[in-house]
Design a protein around this ligand. Structure first.
Ligand SMILES: [Ca+2]
Ligand SMILES: [Ca+2]
Ligand SMILES: [Ca+2]
Length: 464
């Protein structure tokens, strides 16, 4: 068999793939549910009951019949090998065996079993899986999404989990979930507050590696992933084609609520859409959000307000760090949408060693919109970004209100504004300091490279 056939997550995803599954499959085959017949029966009854009267021992001890099961720790089958693409529940959760009434192991049965047994078990997929038990808003793994209530590892082997628009895929309830080598598609959560189209990390520790989350959506936030506090880590993950609805619709790819931590590394966030803010990724006021060596490409935010938008990234007052990677061709297309690449709203944004290019907005900040807050760019290439006609200020970067922007050792070239400041635009209350930076070859009717609307604006120490 060839478990990789459907995954778009490329060659690197095979690191834990076929070989590991094969080994685990062999292990399972040799130490499965038949362990009962191998040892206990022969040895124990004779040994413990040899001398005392034959009559009493069997009566008081539990030994002779199935007794070993009650005294001996459960012979846990983990890793559970999912070879049934269906969605039936486990027949006897907690007996250590992943088995439906039919005797096969589905993902739902494996999660039933892992939840029921203390400690962190491992599930290995050996088949695609399709959700088939309708019923969202249920938290005991009976219907809809798979509810994770105990620490768990799932090795996907390159297989696909299709939520079939019935619900999201995983709901992590304050525990840890490590996912690797899985493609998750077609998640859907609808209604007021519905968040996390594919995965909802509710105050847990979620780690996803070498995986793809595609074509999922949520009404409120987090088209693919919603993190409510907790810790969320994506490593070599593709978030693509996910979307939010309109309630309000933030974070087309991923959204963080509250005081959590999100890290995204060596990943791709592409073609996601948010109805309001953060077409790709959205960070909360209490959030710490680190993005490293990641491609943020072709995402769209539709929000109409001046502090709405952020086609690629939106930082809503928290701490966001972008280090390495590219922010390319993202769009803030609302009526006064701002920050085609990034919108830093009242927060602390630091961008280093990153290319910001081809992004567009309607109102201001083709590449970056800073609404107050602190924005620091170092070794950034900002090129070919543009703003539209409402009014269209700051093709590269625009600062609104009383904020601070620092640009060091960077290039700001080829950006276009319809009105003022093709490269950089500083507000009346703003402090903008540019050092060691090439700001040239930008285009705007007023201030082709730089425009100062009355604030403090220096380039290499000289007032603009
Ligand atoms: Ca069981
Ligand atoms: Ca467990
Ligand atoms: Ca459920």
């Amino acid at each position: 068999m060839s478990p990789q056939r459907t995954t778009p997550s490329r060659t690197r995803s095979r690191r834990f793939g076929t070989a590991a599954v094969a080994v685990l499959a062999v292990a399972a085959a040799s130490c499965g549910s038949d362990s009962d017949d191998t040892e206990p029966a022969a040895s124990d009854a004779p040994a413990t009951t040899a001398e005392p009267a034959e009559a009493e021992a069997p009566a008081t001890d539990p030994p002779s019949t199935d007794a070993p099961a009650t005294d001996v720790p459960i012979a846990d089958d983990s890793p559970y090998i999912v070879e049934d693409a269906g969605d039936a529940a486990d027949a006897d959760p907690g007996d250590g065996v992943c088995a439906t009434d039919e005797g096969s192991c589905t993902l739902r049965a494996a999660v039933d079993e892992a939840n029921a047994i203390d400690g962190e078990q491992t599930i290995s997929l050996s088949s695609d899986v399709t959700l088939a038990t309708a019923g969202a808003d249920e938290d005991a793994n009976a219907t809809g999404d798979f509810d994770i209530t105990d620490d768990l590892v799932i090795e996907g082997g390159g297989w696909v989990i299709d939520a079939d628009r019935l619900d999201r895929v995983f709901h992590v309830q304050g525990v840890s979930l490590d996912l690797s080598n899985i493609t998750m598609i077609n998640g859907l959560v609808e209604g007021e507050g519905a968040s996390g189209g594919a995965v909802f990390n509710d105050a847990g520790a979620l780690s996803i590696a070498d995986s793809a989350l595609t074509n999922s959506s949520a009404t409120r936030a987090g088209g693919a992933i919603e993190a409510n506090e907790g810790m969320t880590s994506l490593m070599a993950v593709e978030l693509s084609g996910n979307s939010t609805g309109d309630g309000p619709g933030n974070g087309g790819g991923l959204h963080l609520t509250g005081a959590g931590t999100v890290t995204v590394a060596d990943s791709t966030v592409a073609g996601n859409t948010a109805t309001a803010e953060g077409g790709g990724l959205w960070n909360s006021a209490g959030g710490t959000f680190e993005i490293t060596n990641t491609m943020i490409e072709g995402n769209t935010a539709n929000g109409a307000a001046p502090d709405s938008g952020g086609g690629g990234l939106y930082n809503d007052g928290g701490t966001m760090t972008v280090n390495g990677g590219t922010i390319d061709a993202n769009i803030a297309d609302g009526e006064a949408g701002s920050g085609g690449g990034i919108l830093n709203n009242l927060g602390d944004l630091t961008v280093t060693d990153t290319v910001i290019t081809n992004n567009t907005s309607v109102r201001a900040g083709g590449g970056i919109e800073a609404n107050e807050g602190t924005t620091t760019l170092m070794s950034v290439e900002m090129s070919a970004n543009s703003t539209g006609e409402s009014p269209g200020n700051g093709g590269g970067l625009h600062l609104t209100g009383v904020g601070t922007v620092t640009v060091t050792d960077s290039t700001v070239t080829g950006n276009i504004a319809t009105a003022e400041g093709g490269g950089l635009w500083n507000s009346a209350g703003g402090t903008m300091s540019v050092t060691g930076t090439d700001a040239s070859g930008n285009d705007a009717p007023d201030g082709p490279d730089l425009f100062n609307d009355g604030g403090t604006f220096t380039v290499d120490g000289e007032n603009v």
